[in-house]
Design a protein around this ligand. Structure first.
Ligand SMILES: Cc1cc2nc3c(=O)[nH]c(=O)nc-3n(C[C@H](O)[C@H](O)[C@H](O)COP(=O)(O)OP(=O)(O)OC[C@H]3O[C@@H](n4cnc5c(N)ncnc54)[C@H](O)[C@@H]3O)c2cc1C
Length: 341
């Protein structure tokens, strides 16, 4: 391939890999950096359509619908249907019903609003309202990233990028490479890379995400989010149980994360309250990683102010595994339009 614009994608997580795959047929180099534990490798991999926020729900629904309709993507992602349960506070019934109506248009028979008494609510106490999705499930974001990269036709460059400029990238040894467009899709490393390039973006921040893995699942037979306590969880194929709570460690260095011990303790306490005593034992392991958050959350292609043909494709804000399939399609088409203009 000798013609056409040259594109650099910096970052080979699920976002960068799927973007490269969407750009198949074009001249794309993907800079993957050193092998390390990124958000894609650590991700819980829960994919569902329901989100209380309408824009987030539309993003997740578009991705899930495309995933379910494409056998190749399901295989790449190792999709397993598990269903999901999302408990909401009293008073959110109208929001739940509106989002379920949206989901039902694309995936008829998949979602419903339930209220107590209902057998599915027993494990989570007595919620005011909950959304149950049948066609939600688990994927391996790591497997999907690897398959997308392998099928993208892109050139994979393992060198880490030290800085980006309007028309190219600069490697650690000072070598510059020219491109017609550069997309920084380096997840939680994005804010630091932009700052090192003299192009800080105050809308992008990093946040640590942490979950604990417990030896046995007990009664948790489907992934759940409990919006009232913040507790979320899912059972892995080997029977171990992931449980987590939102943390508050902002602006972390993604290469130097440590376990938030008080948060891990709170997970055990809240799990005991919500699920019962059988989940209060010590976890087998605690998984820590970081993600990139945007003030207007969502995995989207955004121009870097003052950056010429420089863009970011990040900002999934802790949820890009469930939106990356559709977001990468939209981003690739927006990028090609910008380059051609
Ligand atoms: C613990 C955890 C659990 C999660 N669970 C879920 C879930 O259940 N469902 C859901 O929808 N979402 C979940 N998420 C969110 C989702 O996994 C992330 O939003 C998504 O993986 C982000 O992908 P990414 O490609 O943007 O970033 P990353 O996966 O972090 O990839 C960024 C890549 O850029 C590379 N890189 C960095 N700097 C450079 C450089 N200078 N040069 C070259 N390469 C570089 C890194 O090595 C890395 O491979 C979770 C996230 C975490 C952390």
């Amino acid at each position: 391939m000798t013609d056409g614009p040259r594109v650099a994608v910096v970052g080979g997580g699920i976002a960068g890999a799927l973007l490269a795959w969407r750009l198949s047929g074009h001249r794309v180099d993907v800079y993957t950096g050193p092998v390390r534990s990124d958000a894609t490798a650590a991700s819980g991999g829960l994919v569902r359509a329901f989100e209380a926020d309408e824009a987030a729900c539309r993003d997740a629904l578009a991705s899930l619908t495309e995933l379910l309709g494409d056998a190749r993507l399901r295989e790449w992602a190792q999709y397993r249907e598990s269903g999901s349960l999302y408990r909401l506070p009293a008073g959110d019934g109208e929001t739940a019903a509106a989002r379920v109506a949206l989901i039902e248009q694309a995936l008829p028979g998949s979602a419903e609003v339930i209220e107590p008494p209902h057998p599915l609510l027993a494990a989570l106490g007595e919620p005011a309202v909950a959304v149950v999705e049948r066609q939600a499930g688990n994927i391996s974001p790591h497997a999907l990233r690897n398959a997308a990269l392998a099928h993208s036709g892109a050139t994979v460059c393992p060198e880490p990028v030290a800085a980006v400029v309007a028309d190219g990238v600069i490697l650690a040894d000072g070598q510059g490479r020219d491109y017609d467009a550069v997309v920084v899709s380096a997840g939680a490393w994005t804010p630091k890379l932009l700052a090192a390039s003299g192009l800080p973006d105050p809308a992008l921040r990093t946040k640590q995400i942490q979950y604990s893995v417990f030896p046995r699942a007990g009664s948790v037979d489907r992934p759940f989010v409990d919006d009232i306590t913040g507790l979320y969880g899912r059972t892995f194929a080997d029977g171990t149980l992931l449980l987590g709570l939102p943390g508050q460690r902002w602006d972390v260095d993604p290469s130097a994360l440590t376990v938030d011990a008080p948060l891990a303790t709170r997970v055990r306490q809240v799990a005991a309250d919500v699920l019962g005593d059988r989940h209060t034992g010590a976890p087998d392991r605690i998984v820590v990683a970081a993600d990139c958050y945007h003030g207007d959350p969502g995995l989207r292609l955004r121009p870097v102010p003052g950056g010429g043909s420089l863009f970011t494709f990040t900002g999934g804000s802790g949820g890009a595994a469930k939106t990356a399939v559709a977001a990468s399609r939209t981003a690739a088409s927006a990028l090609l339009t910008r380059i051609d203009a």
